[in-house]
Design a protein around this ligand. Structure first.
Ligand SMILES: Nc1ncnc2c1ncn2[C@@H]1O[C@H](COP(=O)(O)OP(=O)(O)OP(=O)(O)O)[C@@H](O)[C@H]1O
Ligand SMILES: [Mg+2]
Length: 502
């Protein structure tokens, strides 16, 4: 169905694709793997006509695609689900599907469109209501709206670029089931993910990229996680990070009866917990259960409607973001690329964003350009941030490398308290390992970490104490020795809480 041959694409001096071949047959799900910056998104953007290739040929359904844009790609039967959705929040599902259908599909009336959405929703198990307003839908449902949009435009090859990165475990299960149904109906899929288990579960064939070239291909039967990881990085993966037992230190964060109500709706029920130096408190939970509200109240992006926050002996309940940062708070938001990076600014300036106004980066109001460059170089090296140069604008980096800028900046500040919201999503296995190592190193150096994740595995690996957020409530933290994975899973799914937060 699809044959890409010898695809080359350079961005200035960066060879993003250096002669890549990719074949996909109808009804086949091909996994596209590779480290951050290995060229996966670039290859898919070339296919979908978002960027033009420097060389190479594309044949799709027996026809040559060349010099095409996304509109021609869609008309030819390609669909791409981007990481950041293109939906209009204030509109209904039907209106969104009709929007931009353009010349790519015959015009249907709203009623017919709604009926078609309901039909496809039933066929593929999408479970979407044509009349729902997009703003009311959780992330996973919005993704399904994008999928139905592509199906109704007649896509017979779907490109999914990291679709599972910020889905909760049940949402991932749902998406994999939908992909299987699409495959059974003859649709082909290219699936990009850093999660090897997902790739092994759903793909029949796997293509691994390394440094802009194909490092190897294999079938999923017989492939192992270890083998794939090694193919991706070209070396053995380091052993899992060892965690030392740490005596917990003094209390550095005290949250007392903190609550948040918005437009009459309780977003956070009164939350009380404390965090000690040298400790990781891991908060498990399915996305959308108040985690974003909790961390935004702590970071100073929202004001709680009740309760208080004490940071290292200071009442910061109403302190500004800047004041909290100056008092030793660091914050890795979940949507870091859009909220924590200035994408038009250089990599070096983004790395300095939090500390440019104090020594050593600035003296008497003057920016010390040399210290700034030195530190940026050191951090880029430590976190293996791959870019065309430290002067390159952040937007030119691959998705994972943009994330690493924020991680390097926030972890590198040696904060008293680090709030890390899903810090490893979008990172390849090597980078994930590295970030976990850095978080444990911060803990060993006496830092306190609030680690929020929807991955049970991460929470169980990292937490000294583990709590669960569900429906805006926080369960009482349990020591890791007492933590039981089944029970935590049940709490995530909404089983009754017991303890002070109930
Ligand atoms: N618009 C651009 N301008 C300059 N360089 C770019 C641009 N887009 C991508 N690159 C570079 O091309 C290389 C490949 O990037 P690409 O986005 O294809 O990687 P990826 O495999 O999708 O990585 P990730 O897993 O991090 O998303 C990277 O080194 C990146 O910095
Ligand atoms: Mg990418």
């Amino acid at each position: 169905m699809l044959e890409m041959h010898g695809i080359r694409k350079a961005y200035g001096a960066v060879q993003a694709n250096r002669g890549i071949d990719l074949e996909v047959k109808s009804g086949q799900i091909v996994g596209l793997l590779g480290e951050n910056g290995s060229g996966k998104s670039t290859l898919m953007k070339v296919l979908f006509g978002v960027v033009g290739a420097d060389a190479g040929t594309i044949r799709f359904k027996g026809k040559t695609l060349a010099g095409h844009g996304p509109a021609q790609a869609m008309a030819a039967g390609l669909g791409m689900i981007h990481q950041h959705f293109t939906l209009v929040e204030a509109m209904s599902v039907t209106e969104n599907v009709m929007l931009g259908a353009g010349g790519a599909s015959p015009l249907l009336s709203p009623r017919d469109t709604a009926r078609r959405i309901a039909e496809e929703s039933a066929t593929y198990g999408l479970d979407i209501d044509p009349d729902a307003i997009v703003a009311d839908l959780p992330h996973g449902r919005r993704q399904r709206v994008e999928i139905v949009k592509a199906i109704l435009r007649g896509a017979d090859l779907l490109i999914l670029d990291e679709p599972t990165s910020n889905l909760s475990p049940p949402e991932v299960e749902g998406l994999l089931a939908i992909m299987a149904r699409l495959r059974d109906q003859g649709c082909a899929i290219v699936f990009i993910s850093h999660k090897l288990d997902e790739v092994l579960a759903i793909c029949s064939d796997i293509v691994v990229l390394r440094d802009g070239a194909v490092a190897g291909t294999c079938t999923a039967t017989g492939a192992t996680r270890a083998g794939l990881a090694q193919m991706m990085v070209g070396r053995h993966m380091p052993p899992p990070v060892a965690r030392a037992n740490m005596p917990a230190g003094r209390n550095v964060l005290h949250v007392v009866q903190m609550a948040l109500t918005e437009n009459g709706t309780a977003r956070l029920e009164p939350i009380t917990f404390s965090l000690r130096a040298g400790e990781i408190l891991a908060i498990a939970g399915i996305d959308g259960n108040g985690q974003a509200e909790l961390v935004e109240c702590l970071a100073g992006l929202r004001a709680p409607t009740a309760g208080g926050i004490d940071l290292d002996g200071r009442d910061v309940t109403f302190a500004s973001v800047g004041e909290r940062m100056a008092s030793g708070l660091a914050y890795i938001p979940v949507d870091r690329a859009s909220t924590s990076l200035v994408t038009d600014m250089s990599v070096a300036d983004n790395l300095a964003l939090r500390d440019f106004d104090r020594p050593p980066l600035s003296r008497r109001g003057w920016l010390a350009r040399n210290s700034l460059a030195d530190r940026a170089r050191e951090m880029a090296q430590r976190f293996t941030i791959k870019s065309a140069g430290l002067d390159a604008p952040a937007r030119t980096l691959s998705g994972g490398n943009q994330q690493k800028i924020v991680l390097a900046r926030e972890i590198g500040r040696n904060p008293v308290v680090l709030i890390a919201h899903q810090p490893v999503w979008g990172l390849d296995p090597g980078a994930t390992h590295f970030v976990i190592e850095q978080i444990l190193a911060l803990r060993a150096a006496g830092g306190a970490i609030l680690y929020i994740s929807s991955s049970l595995e991460e929470v169980m690996t990292l937490g000294d104490r583990i709590a669960v957020m569900q429906g805006g409530r926080l369960s009482s933290p349990i020591d890791r020795e007492q933590a039981d994975i089944t029970q935590i899973g049940l709490l995530m799914a909404g089983a009754a809480f017991h303890g002070h937060a109930a």
